[in-house]
Design a protein around this ligand. Structure first.
Ligand code: ADP
Ligand code: MG
Length: 331
């Protein structure tokens, strides 16, 4: 199969909001009047971000979903994506399932795949996503004010638990995880559901926002640093599935919750005056939204040596000494 037939067969679909898509030297899109173009790239590398023999449908879904999550965090409406993919060989079964998963995600979030690049090489997937936000309305990391509430969507730590179980078969026996929690955790890891609608609604509510992809402490740390704030978090207040909650005395489980990657939930700040609006939003969108702490001034006696300013974690009224804040490819 030639490169061009491959692109035609697996990566060319009807466009919904694109003037010129796959097939020319470049794509053409129109950004609506009064809108800013929002751009983000996320790369997925085999055996770093996913197991090379993972279900290809899931790889396809997730390679786009993690990019949608970045748009959500900015309060942007995702519209277009490009896909640069290196494949070790042409495996049509793999490609069919990969593209089915990719376009399933594209359909849910109404995104056009408008171009890309296809080469031979170690399996590596780089998606660039583009979206729109009204000029000046993007939600940045730097907008949190001292005294704001800190909110988290959904539950955290499940994907990290799922990854630990997949990486280590004996772990399942060791931790005796029930099947329901195991399946839910693996689903959280392989099929993240980015909070696209929530991100759009937060434009008029949140003072800052980030999607939690590298670990909760690391990502909240980015907001605190950019906003020059500090925070004290109570481990017990971080929303997670019962199975994690019941095992939090164990430092391994604390790590899943605080530093595990791949949650793709939103962490945002908002003034206390917005609480009712946020509770309503939670009902309307049927998304758990939990107020976990408040931002404070960055100085603190007990602050852990975060590059990101001061962030401390309490557990049962004692400060936790944190070894790991999140995932860093080069740390
Ligand atoms: P060029 O050599 O001019 O860069 P290519 O031969 O790489 O063009 O690509 C041909 C067309 O197919 C372009 O429109 C490009 O954007 C698109 N394309 C290539 N790979 C992909 C892919 N994996 N997904 C979507 N579109 C792709
Ligand atoms: Mg090319």
């Amino acid at each position: 199969m030639s490169e061009f037939n491959l692109i035609q067969k697996y990566f060319t679909r009807l466009m919904r909001h694109t003037d010129l898509g796959v097939g020319d030297d470049a794509a053409l899109v129109k950004v609506a009047d009064g809108m800013q173009l929002v751009v983000s790239t996320d790369m997925s590398v085999a055996d770093t971000h996913f197991f090379h023999d993972a279900v290809p449908y899931d790889i396809g879904w997730k390679s786009l979903a993690v990019n949608v999550s970045d748009m959500a965090a900015m309060g942007a409406q995702a519209k277009w994506a490009t896909l640069a993919i290196a494949l070790p060989e042409v495996n049509e079964n793999w490609l069919a399932e990969y593209s089915r998963g990719f376009f399933a995600c594209a359909d849910v979030f109404n995104i056009d795949l408008i171009g890309g690049d296809t080469t031979r090489g170690p399996l590596n997937i780089s998606v660039t996503i583009m979206g729109e936000v009204p000029i000046g309305k993007a939600i940045r990391r730097s907008g949190a004010q001292v005294g704001d509430d800190i909110w988290v969507s959904g539950t955290l730590g499940s994907a990290a638990l799922g990854l630990a179980c997949l990486q280590n078969n004996t772990l399942q026996d060791k931790i005796g995880i029930e099947n329901d929690a195991l399946q839910a955790s693996i689903h959280a890891l392989c099929r993240p559901m980015p909070r696209a609608n929530l991100g759009l609604s937060l434009r008029s509510i949140a003072t800052s926002c980030i999607d939690i992809s590298d670990g909760f402490l690391a990502d909240l740390g980015h907001i605190l640093k950019a906003s020059n704030c500090g925070a004290t978090i109570d481990l017990d207040k971080i929303p997670c599935i019962d199975y994690l909650k019941n095992n939090l005395q164990n430092s391994q489980f604390q790590d899943y919750l605080l530093a595990g990657g791949d949650d793709y939930e939103l962490c945002f700040t908002a003034p206390p005056s917005k609480r009712d609006e946020i509770k309503l939003l939670s009902k309307q969108q049927n998304i758990l939204l939990t107020r976990i702490a408040n931002t404070r001034s960055p100085v603190s006696r007990m602050s852990i040596g975060l590059e990101s300013g001061s962030l401390e974690v309490m557990y049962q009224n004692k400060p936790l000494s944190i070894l790991k804040q999140g995932f860093d490819h080069f740390a």
